[in-house]
Design a protein around this ligand. Sequence first.
Ligand code: 5RP
Length: 262
Amino acid sequence: MAAELSPIDTAKFVAAQRAVGFVENGMKVGLGTGSTAAWMVRCLGERIREEGLRVTGVPTSARTAELALKVGVPITTLDDAKWLDLTIDGADEFDPALNLIKGGGAALLQEKIVATASDQMIVIADAAKEVAQLGAFALPVEVIPFGWQTTKALIEETLVSMDVMGRDCSLRMNGQSPLVTDEANYIVDLHLKRIGNARQLALVLNQIPGVVENGLFIDICDMVVIGHADGRVIVRDINSGERTDDRIDLIPGDNIFADLKD
Ligand code: 5RP
C-alpha cells in the first residue's frame, strides 16, 4: 500500500506513525491541521481500532474534526478537555531551536491555543520544513475582518523597524474572496524572506490592533519528528537535546487509507 504513496506522502506518513507511538492510553491529544497532521489522525485511528487505545482528541480545525470522526478518533472541545497531555501537529518551517512558522493551512489560531494548552507539543514534518532561519515561508497573521486594510498597513509600518529582509504583505484569498478562517477572520501573509528576531517579531505583531494572532510558535514545540521517503525517521527532543534515528516499516494496514478511498 505504501508503494502507492508519493515520496513526500511517505515522509509525512512515517513521521506521523512514529509520533503517534508517543500517545499513551487515557491521553488527551491535540490534533493538528494540514496534510501531515491528517496522516497522524489516520495513524491514531488505526491504533484505536487495532489496539483498543483509549484517547480523546481535541481538533484544531473543522476539517481535522471531520477526519477524526471519519477514522474513529473520539473528539471533544478544548473547553471540555481543559488541559492536554500532548499535541501533534505539522509546521511550515522549524528552526534549530524548534521555533516554528505555522498557519499555511489557516488554522494557526486554534493550533496555537491548543498547543499552548498541552504538556508537550510534537511537530511532525518532512525534511524540507527544516530551516537554519525562519522566514522563507510567508508568515501568516490572523486579523479580524473589520478594518483589515488598516491593520495590514499598520503591520507594514511596523515591519520597517523589524529585522526582516522583505516587507510585502498580502491578504490570503480563496478564489475571488478573502479566505475566512474557522474563527471567521482573515489571514495576511507576510513575505519576510528572513526573520532576524522571531521572538521580538511575534510579540510586536500581537500588539497591533486588529491582529488576533501570528504564526510564530516560540518555545512551544518540544520535539520534532522528521520523516524521510525511505522510511527513516529522526526524532529531536529540544529539552533533553537527544536525537534518535529510527525506521518505520512501510507496510501500513489498508484501513489507514480508508478515508482516502471515498
Ligand atoms: C495549518 C498548519 C500546518 O500544520 C502547516 O501548514 C503544515 O501543513 P502540511 O503538513 O500540509 O505541510 O500550520 O495551519
